[in-house]
Design a protein around this ligand. Sequence first.
Ligand SMILES: [Fe+2]
Ligand SMILES: [Fe+2]
Length: 458
Amino acid sequence: MSENNKQNPGVQDAENSIDYLNLLVTSGLALSEMDDPAELLSLMAQTALIMGNCEGCTVYEANGNQLKFVTTRNRVLESRGVKAALKNYTIPIDLKTTAGFAASSRKTLNIPDVYNLPPESPFSFNPSWDVMTNYRSRSMMVIPMCDSRGNVLGVLQLINHLTGENFSGDVSPFPKKVESYLKALASQCGVVLRNLRMQDDLRQSRIETVKKFVKASEYHDTDTGGHIERMSRYSVLLYQELGFDESACEVMRLAAMLHDVGKISTPDAVLKKPGRLTPEEFEIMKLHTVKGYEVLRGADSPFLQMGAVIAYTHHEKWDGSGYPRGLKGKDIPAEGRVVAIADVFDALCSRRVYKESWPIDKVFDELRNCSGSHFDPQIVEIFFDNLDSILEIKAQFPAIEPPPQVQPAPVTVAVGAPAASTPAAASASTPVAQQSAAETKKDEAQNPQEQSPSLKAS
Ligand SMILES: [Fe+2]
Ligand SMILES: [Fe+2]
């Protein structure tokens, strides 16, 4: 029985009633299944509060040479309706504060009374929070959260251990026995947190690798100005609304960016030809779908696999008039059908060196007109059902557009025509289809006789 409980015989020692081992095992299993660092640290705080049988618990996450506040619980303040307001609060990792000291020294602090620190203590206690909330911090345990290599990932700080079970009794120092279990809890959490950070690092480097790869291919192309970022996000939105789950949508986010990587194999003489392509040149341009597929296929990575499918099918059309295989309807994979509309929408909205951007209403009319011919009608419907979100993305990633080089003019190039090389052929066209057939006439401004705002392959 603790010293306090000798004076309060009705209160039972908390340490005798808590099944620490069971709590540690149970929380360890739960922590290991967490995939979100914030939720992980929140669960650790909740578990630490029970394990420490204390009034309060605060968790900080290490970020460079700072500790950043993550979450806090305090039963006394909560019962008074006082909410912690520590958002964006940071503490330097140095020897001057309790949390900073624990992080920089990797040592656990077990302080009987923070208001009676020994004179030689390198750190001090800042009472401002107590003053502000009319609270009295007394005993404190501060535990650095480290990974297996000793890197500090955060700090767990507990306030006011209670002598009785179920958070009753008087405030007393944290017992040594509790310290061991809390250190084990912090270690468990540190390992999981490190793994999550490594996973996140891998995910980020995967995203960066894809973006760099796409950027490399863009040096060879002219469809820049944020096209990839926007069309990828439009694709994710449409894909999600089509019913695909979160992990598939995450794959789509990267895979969509790869839709035109095959253009890296398209000769500059074709890709950057300032005038209309000949039928032979258009056949070469069409090969970017096959080349992209050949580059990406056969990989183990899900996003490269999906990227291969998208590269191969993003110029197929619902009515079978697309390329390279002339697939029709749902024979075209959903990924290709989704990217087709996302890609065309963004291309029509964007200025290119060979065309002006279209007024948004004209773009909408075009998408509606091409529902059931170029595009899957269901996806067109989803597009317009989610127009607010689409326009939010458009506003969020404004285009960095090339300087205007052409005047807007009526679109005149044939739907999917290999090469609308004569005025007669051109007049038989609809505008949006030219997006996919745009390889046929790029930068026609340089040939005033054949000027039009047609799009090259997007
Ligand atoms: Fe393309
Ligand atoms: Fe594109």
